[in-house]
Design a binder for this molecule. Sequence first.
Ligand SMILES: *[C@@H]1O[C@H](CO)[C@@H](O)[C@H](O)[C@H]1NC(C)=O
Length: 305
Amino acid sequence: MAAGLWVPLLVLRLLLLLLCVEPWAEGGKVLVVPLDGSHWLSMRKAVQELHARGHQVVVLAPEINMHITGDDFFTLKTYAIPYTQEEFEDLFVHQSHLIFKTEHFLKTIFKKMTIFANIAAFYQRSCANLLHNKDLIKYLNDSSFDVVLTNAINPCGTVLAKYLSVAAVYFVRFIPCGLDFEGTQCPNPSSYIPRLLTRNSDHMTFLQRVKNMLYPLALQYFCRVFFAPFASLASELLQREVSVVDIFSYGSVWLFRGDFVMDYPRPIMPNMVFIGGINCANRKPLSEVCIDALTQSMFQGEHFF
Ligand SMILES: *[C@@H]1O[C@H](CO)[C@@H](O)[C@H](O)[C@H]1NC(C)=O
């Protein structure tokens, strides 16, 4: 009696299966606006995967850069920037490492601030060049991309996405000054979310909480110097007032290259996805030296337990 029912059910299942598989699932067109340097190395892996899943990817990069070279799994589109190769190298090879030097803070602060301002100017001027490049903007607009995948810390990709009216997906480790929280309206209680550079954990004493409140104030200056010009650029292009928070809140999905194995817990919003594992895509075995040092410190150092 039941056998009569089984046949139509089986047909129905097969039909559903057929509807779900490939020929009907079309690949999308993705515009990738990466940040140069090590950021690109993990983004490249994501681009490779997008290509493998049948999407068409165009990667947009300045014609002078460190790591972004063409490959067979994406189309590389470059744009001119108002810098020469020598100026670029001077800034990113010779000067930028000074920012990470741990000499006495006050001794180097002014030098570091100048270098930081130069780097900020580099990104801002390059972005203005890109957005005022009529031919390139026309090509990008005519290409009708489905989505822009961009490293949000350089807001140029987002401003471009907004200008082209294409949804943006962010690929990001973190954004300073809590702009990721503000841009997503995510709760951000300073009583247990350790702020950048404070070395606090999620359990703080009263004084650590005070420190947690004060550090962000100092960082505000850097965030204003770096991000505000992008808001002006966006306001000029879109002919309406655009704030820095408006720019960040444009992202539809935030792909965070983090993981709660490494980071302290924090509130998240439904459009945040944690993809920290992508940093292990290019893993290599630990060298003998590393393993020896690790085991020795485990057996000798009491502090380890
Ligand atoms: C993109 O093309 C549409 C349709 O032609 C046009 O209305 C729009 O202004 C263009 N956008 C930009 C940024 O050029």
